[in-house]
Design a protein around this ligand. Structure first.
Ligand code: 13P
Ligand code: G3H
Ligand code: ZN
Ligand code: ZN
Length: 309
């Protein structure tokens, strides 16, 4: 078993009308929880590393932990750079052994985004690594940069087709109403499924990606708040909507916030209920189980990828 690209995963997901979960990893317990779930569910899995995760954990630790997870679990894993902001970080990750990188040129003009993405595609493809790009702008918080809802722009379908043709990119993250973080909707949640359908028609057999796809489960929010947290009004993308997108051309669904919430809710509860406890294993262990249970639920009941490995 080894590190693999997402190429085969996406082909099967597209044809099978399901999506592969891409989960952000920052430490050992998060990696173990996700991989335990993937093994239990016999599901394909993508582990993704942000610039912030690299800074927090030191890149070599994350890569070695993922290698250990592959050896221990016996499953294939796609190791992906999340939101690479320039050519250099993408090149670094390709050289470090990642099998997939994202170049996020969404803050640039259409032409600049194309030029940057093309440069990354040329380098990555020469080393057998696949590339995800982003077109359109999501609202929310990403690496401490906040994009206000008014500055968010949905993906233009014609531009999406032109972008893919001109860059040769392997998958494309689109903006249809999802956003990063725990506060996605103030009123009723909605995604622009009509736009998704149009993009899908213009790009047949091409894997689309949804960022900002945590559903911010109310039970985790309530637990956090009950045990001393302060995250009132947190709201995510309803799981039914993610399920619908998974059955369409969306092959990769990004989830980070739900991992954070599941782990933090659990740890808060353990610490409040056991005030004399100070062994980190006594709260990180249950935190790891909370991650596993949440991820298994996503794979089985939302993304539809259980049993698809
Ligand atoms: O898109 C993401 C990572 O790239 C994560 O999105 P969430 O904040 O909804 O978990
Ligand atoms: O899209 C952002 C991901 O949730 C990663 O978050 P981070 O940059 O804080 O690691
Ligand atoms: Zn982005
Ligand atoms: Zn993202």
């Amino acid at each position: 078993m080894s590190l693999v690209t997402s190429k085969e995963m996406f082909k099967k997901a597209y044809e099978g009308h399901y999506a592969v979960g891409a989960f952000n990893v920052n430490n050992m317990e998060i990696i173990q929880g996700i991989v335990d779930a993937a093994k239990q569910e016999n599901a394909p899995v993508i582990l993704q590393v942000s610039a912030g995760a690299r800074k927090y954990a030191n890149p070599i630790y994350l890569r070695k932990l993922v290698e250990a997870a592959i050896e221990d679990s016996g499953i294939d894993i796609c190791l992906h750079l999340d939101h690479g902001e320039d050519f250099e970080i993408c090149k670094q990750c390709v050289d470090d052994g990642f099998t997939s990188v994202m170049i996020d040129g969404s803050k640039y003009s259409f032409e600049e985004n194309i030029a940057l993405t093309k440069k990354v595609v040329e380098y990555a493809h020469s080393k057998g690594v696949v590339v995800e790009a982003e077109l359109g702008k999501l609202a929310g918080v990403e690496d401490a940069v906040k994009v206000n809802a008014k500055d968010a722009t949905y993906t233009d379908p014609d531009q999406a087709r032109e972008f893919v043709e001109r860059t040769g990119v392997d998958s494309l993250a689109i903006a249809i109403g999802t956003s990063h973080g725990a506060y996605k909707f103030k009123g009723d949640p909605s995604l622009d499924f009509e736009r998704l359908e149009t993009i899908e028609k213009l790009l047949p057999n091409f894997p689309l990606v949804l960022h900002g796809s945590s559903s911010v489960p109310i039970e985790f929010v309530d637990l956090c708040n009950k045990y001393g947290g302060a995250i009132p009004g947190a709201a995510g993308v309803p799981e039914e909507m993610l399920k619908r997108a998974s059955q369409m051309g969306v092959c990769k669904i990004n989830i980070d916030t739900d991992l954070r919430l599941a782990m933090t809710a659990c740890i808060r509860q353990v610490l409040v209920e056991n005030p004399a406890e100070f062994d980190p294993r006594k709260y990180l262990g249950p935190g790891r189980v909370a991650i596993k249970d949440m991820v298994a639920h996503k794979m089985r009941d939302v993304l539809g990828c259980s049993g698809k490995r």
